[in-house]
Design a protein around this ligand. Sequence first.
Ligand code: AVI
Length: 326
Amino acid sequence: MSTQAFAWSKTKAGDNTANREFACDVRIGLAKPQKELHSKYLYDELGSSLFEAITHLPEYGLTRADERLLRRHADDIAGLLPSRVAVIELGSGVGQKTRHLLQAIGGDCLRYYPIDVSADALARCEHDLSDIAEVHPLVQSYLDGMARATAERQPGESFLVMFLGSTIGNFERNCALEFLRDLRASLLPGDMLLIGADLVKEPGRMLVAYDDPTGVTGAFNLNLLGRINRELGGDFQLRDFEHQARWNEPQRRIEMHLRSRLNQTAYIAEADLTVTFRAGETIWTESSHKFQLPELDGMAEQAAFSVDDQWIDPDWPFAENLWAVR
Ligand code: AVI
């Protein structure tokens, strides 16, 4: 899937330009030999709620591992940061995982810039965290938000950028590197990046995390067709598609697909598109890359960061990595 780092700005419903962009991406993606839809479109209001539900599934240990590491090592991480630091978080959502670290960093006027495309999530984030930090919410794409936040750098101050939850795994590997380099370019020596990465584990364990028996991940995936119906005047019959999770061993990634149960045709008015499906044909909707430890160090090196420290969860192999700008 040709994920572009800069395109990681999720689309807001009701915005005409955004709707045109969505229609255009749908037209292009569904014309490919392997039909595909960009995973950013999974996250409308309903999709974001379904993702939140995924994070509570017993089979999906990723978010809990990330939270455990941040809770257990908040003091270690804070101890490695420069003395005057402001915090930026990419894709913060409500910022729940960040509380421990903000508390450990402490200080009278700690500035925290959560960046997210969901204004609702940022409003909650500001409400929940304003007791421990001065919260400056930015409803923007990652790199636009970075530019806004870093423009407010004060003399002698460094930034800690947090990119949690293994969202880096949703980028194609080469785009991930490109994104990290762009991120690095917006920072200065002394700044740091705390980046979470889900590690390769036993395939059965990974597969059930993305194909839970409760069907929440299936609903999250199918909602993408529902969103096309709602926002672009599509007539997809959701019951005629099924969720599929695959482990792609050579690429070390879980792929989510929507598999057509039968030969069928769908029409999408706003994209002026009729699309046909053979029984068994799929739309590829998401890649979730999994990492090996040496690979993470290599990524840091290639994006001009140095590795300061790393913490690994013993129950759900997941790595929290603290990198410094070289
Ligand atoms: C947001 N992202 C890190 C999740 C992941 O694990 O790749 C999205 C997700 N897709 C299905 N389940 C969770």
